[in-house]
Design a protein around this ligand. Structure first.
Ligand code: P5A
Length: 429
């Protein structure tokens, strides 16, 4: 992409309405624009990152054996009356009436709809287990939408639903998702700590929230330092974790039997990027989701649901990876892999080298942002750092004369002068 042609409305001023770094940076770097409270448009740069995150989430769900489908955003009220949640959900649910006076709603989650689909289409235990998921916009009329996409009213969620014939199966599905979540967040360069959580409005009795540690996190978290030791060895699974103390503030009990001594108890702030629930027959019973079991008798399905805040993750990643100049994208979710800074646009030799490099890297399948604008070098450096492109190739008249370019790493800040060939070899390796 040539920056001169790209729709990237960056802001020089710090937006007054934004209280935390990720919100400020997403506005300043031209990733999003607010349309109403807690509702955003994703501009090209923001959408690129959102899609990368979505792709990682999708790949890990598929790898775990979950199957993607797509349910609508608008749902009928009667379905929610079956589960009893239509009234219980209260003001957070956006209620709509269609032209025939039918009550509809913009889905805040999909337990009811997926239960209906499975109930109507799966009859026998032989067709189980199943984990089904979709990545779809949700709406929750939050009392206090804030922090940009972190607590929006409209937000993108990946939600999976598991259907099993018995508790053992359901527990296995839960474990499968638990492990998939750890992999998913790791691929994005994040350390997400699973915390024993309260199931709240979704219901049930086994639940974990996945938290990324950040000072601006909305939740307080408490956990045993042994977690860090296990995580360093890659030894986290549901069993090892269940022996450790790791809870959010709602569940924190200083007198609980397994609370570690004060010097082993870490307290921090966390951003909830995922939440998983086992809730047994809560919805299947109310909605009569029953299959024929091995002995011919009817069995009420065992269910769980598993959410990831896809749009929230964009903010959460920035929150955990930025400096005072801008965003520092982990390579796996960076909107562009390489930025080219032409220090003297209009100079035929600089232009020539930049064009060659741009083509070579693009041909290699790398996403490249080429700053070909007629702007001061300072502006170009500042914008590339603000956007957070992981690798930056700086091409100037002096270097070009000597066959040399500068390669800068956004993460370490390290700069290296290299021949053009070595720089290309390094970037395409
Ligand atoms: C699990 C999947 C559920 O809704 N039903 C389907 C269950 N869980 S949850 O915890 O309520 O939401 C799942 C994840 O969605 C993100 N999230 C939000 N992101 C942005 N703005 C919001 N207002 C918002 N609300 C929830 C969180 O990451 C949460 O873990």
């Amino acid at each position: 992409m040539r920056l001169s042609a790209y729709f990237l409305p960056t802001l020089k001023e710090i937006p007054a309405e934004a209280q935390i770094a990720s919100h400020r940076l997403m506005l300043r770097s031209g990733m999003i624009r607010q349309s109403s409270a807690g509702i955003y448009s994703w501009l090209p740069l923001g959408l690129k990152v959102l899609r990368k995150i979505e792709t990682i989430v999708r790949e890990e769900q598929d790898r775990a054996g979950a199957q993607e489908l797509l349910m609508p955003t608008i749902q009928p009220a009667e379905l929610w009356r079956e589960s009893g949640r239509y009234d219980a959900y209260g003001k957070e649910m956006l209620r709509i009436v269609d032209r025939h006076d039918r009550e509809m709603l913009y889905g805040p989650t999909n337990e009811e709809l997926i239960t209906q689909i499975v109930r109507d289409n799966i009859r026998s235990y032989r067709d189980l287990p199943k984990i089904l998921y979709h990545i779809q916009w949700k709406f929750r009329d939050e009392v206090r939408p804030r922090f940009g996409v972190m607590r929006g009213r409209e937000f993108l969620m990946k939600d999976s639903y598991s259907f099993d014939i018995d508790y053992e199966g359901a527990r296995k599905s839960y474990e499968t998702m638990f492990t998939a979540y750890l992999k998913t967040f790791k691929r994005m360069g994040l350390t997400a700590i699973p915390m024993q959580a309260d199931p709240g409005a979704i219901g049930g009795n086994l639940s974990h929230e996945f938290h990324i540690l950040a000072e601006t996190g909305e939740s307080g978290v408490f956990y045993d330092v042994a977690y860090d030791e296990l995580a360093a060895r890659g030894d986290i699974d549901l069993d090892s974790l269940s022996r450790l103390y790791a809870v959010t503030d709602e569940k924190h009990d200083p007198n609980a039997a397994n609370v570690p001594p004060p010097d082993r108890l870490k307290t921090a702030r966390g951003i909830e990027v995922g939440h998983i629930f086992y809730f047994g027959t809560k919805y299947s019973k109310a909605m009569n989701a029953v299959v024929t079991g091995p002995d011919g008798a009817p069995v009420t399905l065992e269910m769980g649901s598993y959410g990831i805040g896809v749009s929230r993750l964009v903010g959460a990643i920035i929150e955990s990876s930025h400096d005072d100049r801008g965003i520092i994208w982990p390579e796996a979710v960076a909107p562009f892999a390489v930025g080219i800074i032409n220090l003297k646009s209009g100079d035929s030799r600089c232009d020539g080298v930049c064009e060659d490099v741009y083509r070579a890297l693009s041909d290699h399948g790398l996403e490249v942002l080429y700053d070909d604008r007629d702007e001061r070098a300072g502006v170009k450096f500042a914008d590339m750092d603000l956007i957070g492109v992981p690798w930056q190739l700086v091409v100037g008249p002096k270097g070009v004369a000597a066959g040399i370019v500068e390669l800068k790493n956004r993460y370490s800040g390290e700069k290296q002068e290299l021949s053009l060939e070595s720089a290309l070899a390094r970037l395409t390796a």
